[in-house]
Design a binder for this molecule. Structure first.
Ligand code: PLP
Length: 350
């Protein structure tokens, strides 16, 4: 694969500034759901409305800005990233916007819709098929990234798992945007973790500007992103095969670990009750929030960061056949829902 000759460094910086103007603000809306047999209002920040359809538009911007400003990305270089889908789509869009090349290293969990979008945006797609020792694909993808970097000196790795520019951009953009959209300091903020960058950045901002807010990280069964036990995972976006480089106890007040059934239940509940189509990780976040609300009857203003919309998940959490194919009983109606909100979340770590 040859690199794409593109604009000079100063032109790249200028284009990146224009890209920044396209990010957010994404809407925040209250929805009222039956949680534990009682109507509770939850505010949803809908990052599916962001450029490229997810919160990762912000991450892509932050990572590329950091590379450009430090001189590590130069004209003629090609971006490279290991991605479960959303960051890949955001980087593919940004690379096209900047008129530079992009290679995405993906795995079989990536939704067909995401692969289609990567191709439409002109990205080169490299798929790894070997699961790593912890049952996921992340470590295999990172091995492939290391090989590609060795083989191609003009490839530049954005490194979402390790770059401090990942959490930094969420502290700079996502945190203040969210707090500014709320009438007062929220009791709690919930967000999914994979690299942990979104959560870490938002949490750091809230620690400084809204210190009474409880920050609740939501992970998925089988993930080791933050203290979890490794196991097979079936969803992309939420969870990781290795611990987050960005999270520590100072940023996480509570951890909730959701399973696929509860994530599917809350995706469907929000669609049914509010007409909003949220992604699988957002369903998990809602499940974590519901569990928290059951033990925090006093909490009034709570916010769930919904990383993307539901369009890409028609074949997974919104699909009963898929759930059965991975050994998960599809969630039932409201009665099943109240049972789920009490039991299907595996653990809440205070
Ligand atoms: C759908 C979805 N939810 C949540 C996340 C978690 O984001 P982070 O990597 O910042 O922890 C991602 C990241 O790819 C995602 O795609």
């Amino acid at each position: 694969m040859t690199t794409v000759e593109g604009p000079a460094g100063s032109a790249l910086q200028e284009r990146l500034r224009h890209f920044r103007a396209l990010l957010g603000p994404t809407p925040v809306t209250p929805v009222t759901l039956n949680i534990g047999g009682r109507p509770r209002t939850v505010h949803l920040k809908l990052e599916g409305h962001n450029l490229a359809g997810s919160v990762k538009a912000r991450t892509a911007y932050g990572l590329v800005r950091g590379l450009l400003e430090s001189g590590r990305l130069r004209p003629g270089d090609r971006l490279l990233e290991s991605t479960s889908g959303n960051l890949g789509i955001a980087l593919a869009m940004l690379a096209r916007y900047l008129q530079i090349g992009f290679t995405a290293v993906v795995d079989p969990l990536v939704a067909p819709e995401s692969l289609r979008r990567l191709s439409e945006l002109g990205a080169e797609v490299v798929t790894v098929t070997e699961r790593d020792a912890s049952g996921g694909y992340l470590l295999s993808r990172l091995d492939r990234v290391a090989e590609l970097l060795k083989e191609n000196p003009r490839y530049v790795w954005t490194n979402q798992y390790g770059s401090p520019d990942n959490p930094a951009v969420h502290r700079e953009l996502t945190g203040p945007e969210l707090l500014g959209q709320l009438p007062e300091s929220p009791d709690a903020v919930f967000a999914a973790i994979s690299t942990g960058g979104t959560f870490a950045g938002v949490s750091r901002y809230f620690r400084e500007h809204s210190p009474t807010t409880e920050m609740v990280a939501v992970d998925i069964e089988g993930s080791v992103a933050f203290r979890g036990r490794p196991g097979r995972r079936h969803l992309s976006g939420i969870g990781a095969s290795r611990p987050s480089a960005f999270l520590d106890d100072s940023l996480v007040d509570h951890l909730q670990v959701a399973d696929i059934r509860s994530a599917a239940h809350y995706c469907r509940l929000v669609l049914r009750e509010a007409g909003l189509h949220i992604g699988a990780s957002a369903g998990a976040v809602l499940a974590g929030c519901a569990r928290y609300l059951e033990t925090h009857p006093e909490a009034e203003l709570v916010v769930c960061l919904c990383a993307d919309g539901g369009e890409k998940y028609a074949g997974t959490v919104y699909n009963d056949h898929w759930l059965r194919s991975i050994g998960v009983a599809p969630p039932g109606g409201d009665a099943a829902g109240s049972a789920l909100s009490g039991s299907a979340i595996l653990s809440g770590v205070g």
